[in-house]
Design a protein around this ligand. Structure first.
Ligand code: G3D
Ligand code: MG
Length: 204
């Protein structure tokens, strides 16, 4: 099947924060059912129709390497958007967001390119065990200039909204890149036309 556009996302964060569950919820609409059989798969895909265009969303998941903090540069290759995840019942996973931010910044192939990022605080259904409140997470995300979302992969709350926002940011970013390319091309064509006119413009 041919898609109008593709969008490659990756998800990172500490082990057990719910990364695989979030993807499973988004892609299959399920929790704790089929994904156990898919451990080791590199990515999952889902099609969305946005503004009458078919978008293939590819989400790369870790196969557990994050336990050893050993994600390779390969994992980050081609990522167009990043989902940074922590568990609202784990202060440690929230504290480690700094590590994950520096890890993708170091590993991105084109280091000075702006990649849309969102932060997800997952497991909000576990109200009584919550350790990180919404305000603190929002404050941290704002400081980093990333949008913050709260989700429960278990109930499904917030999952679609968060991922769709990131997809929109990526599409917007890619649209801007296309616009820049077009502008660059048109500048080039203009320059070439001027050149073929025979007159060389110069300031001195
Ligand atoms: P990971 O991919 O980040 O390592 P997983 O995390 O998706 O494997 O989830 C780790 C554990 O957290 C799993 O429980 C999973 O069911 C649970 N979990 C994930 N998301 C949520 C959530 O939103 N709410 C609740 N209550 N639990 C969640 P097990 O028991 O299999 O270790
Ligand atoms: Mg996992």
């Amino acid at each position: 099947m041919k898609f109008d556009k593709t969008c490659q996302l990756l998800i990172i964060g500490d082990a057990a924060v719910g990364k695989t569950s979030i993807i499973s919820r988004y892609v299959n609409g399920t929790f704790k059912e089929e994904y156990l059989g898919t451990v080791g798969l590199d990515y999952s895909t889902k099609e969305e129709i946005i503004d009458d265009k078919s978008i293939q969303i590819k989400i790369w998941d870790t196969a557990g390497q994050e336990r050893f903090k050993s994600l390779t540069q390969n994992y980050f290759r081609n990522a167009e958007g990043v989902i940074l995840t922590f568990d609202v019942t784990s202060t440690e996973s929230f504290g480690n967001l700094k590590y994950w931010i520096s890890s993708f910044k170091e590993n991105m192939e084109k280091k000075n390119i702006f990649i849309p990022v969102i932060i997800i605080g997952n497991k909000i259904d576990l109200v009584d065990s919550r350790e990180i409140n919404k305000e603190d997470a929002e404050k941290f995300s704002k400081e980093k200039n990333y949008k913050y979302f709260e989700t429960s992969a278990k109930t499904g709350e917030g999952v679609d909204e968060a991922i769709k926002e990131l997809v929109n940011q990526v599409l917007k970013q890619n649209g801007q890149k296309d616009d820049q390319k077009e502008t660059r091309n048109s500048v080039q064509i203009k320059e070439n036309n001027e050149g073929s006119g025979g007159k060389k413009k110069g300031c001195c």
